[in-house]
Write a protein that binds this ligand. Structure first.
Ligand code: 5GP
Length: 191
C-alpha cells in the first residue's frame, strides 16, 4: 500500500471470541480508524441496530448488490449472506483512513487477493472450552445454533496460519494493546 493511502485491517475469529468488543476499543484508540458496516440477510439479534451492527437487508437486495459489484467480498454461511459494501471501504482508504473489517475467514481470503497489503488479524479464545462458555453466556441462541457456531469456529481457527498474526484474547486490554502495536508498526513500515 502506498504512503498516501489508508490501512486495511481485517479482524476475524470465531463467534463469541469478543471481536466486537475488541473492535469497539480499537475504534476509540486508533486515530483515523473507521469500521466498515457489513450487509447481512440474517435477522437482527436483540440490541443490534440497523446501520450500526449491520445493514439488515433482504436476500433479493443482497443478490442485486452482488450483480452490481456492490461488494468487496461476501460469503454465505449459517444459511445467510454477509458482505462488505465496496464503496465505503474504497472511499475511506482513498482518504487515508484505517478501515477495519470484521469478517470471516473466507471473506478475509478474498480481501488478501484484492489487497495484498491488508493486515489480517485472527483473534482466538484461550481454549475451546472457554469459547463454549462464552457462547452459552451470550444466551442469544439455542443449543442447535451454538453447535453450528462451534463447528464453524473450528473451521475458522483451522485457517489461522493464513493470517499475519493470531492474537489469543485472554485479557481484553492486552489484546487491544497488542493489536495497536501491530498496527503502529505496520504504519511505520515494519512488518
Ligand atoms: P454474526 O452472525 O455472529 O454477526 O457473524 C457471523 C460471522 O460472519 C462472523 O464470523 C463475522 O465476522 C462474519 N461476517 C460479518 N460481516 C461479514 C462480511 O461482511 N463478510 C464476511 N465474509 N463475513 C462477515
Amino acid at each position: 500500500m502506498s504512503d498516501n493511502k489508508g490501512t486495511l485491517i481485517v479482524i476475524s475469529g470465531p463467534s463469541g471470541v469478543g471481536k466486537g468488543t475488541v473492535v469497539g476499543m480499537l475504534l476509540k484508540r486508533l486515530k483515523d480508524a473507521v469500521l466498515s458496516v457489513s450487509c447481512t440477510t440474517r435477522a437482527p439479534r436483540e440490541g443490534e441496530k440497523e446501520g450500526k451492527s449491520y445493514f439488515f437487508i433482504s436476500k433479493a437486495t443482497f443478490l442485486k448488490m452482488i450483480d452490481e459489484n456492490g461488494f468487496l467480498e461476501y460469503s454465505n454461511h449459517f444459511e445467510n449472506y454477509y458482505g462488505t459494501p465496496r464503496f465505503f471501504v474504497e472511499q475511506k482508504l482513498a482518504e487515508g483512513k484505517t478501515v477495519i473489517l470484521e469478517i470471516d475467514v473466507d471473506g478475509a481470503q478474498h480481501i488478501r487477493e484484492e489487497f495484498p497489503d491488508a493486515l489480517l488479524l485472527m483473534i482466538t479464545p484461550p481454549s475451546r472450552e472457554e469459547l463454549v462458555r462464552r457462547l452459552k453466556l451470550r444466551g442469544t441462541e439455542d443449543e442447535a445454533v451454538i453447535a453450528k457456531r462451534l463447528e464453524r469456529a473450528d473451521y475458522e481457527m483451522s485457517r489461522s496460519q493464513f493470517y499475519d498474526y493470531t492474537i489469543i484474547n485472554d485479557d481484553l486490554d492486552k489484546t487491544v494493546e497488542t493489536i495497536i502495536k501491530i498496527v503502529e508498526n505496520r504504519r511505520k513500515g515494519i512488518k
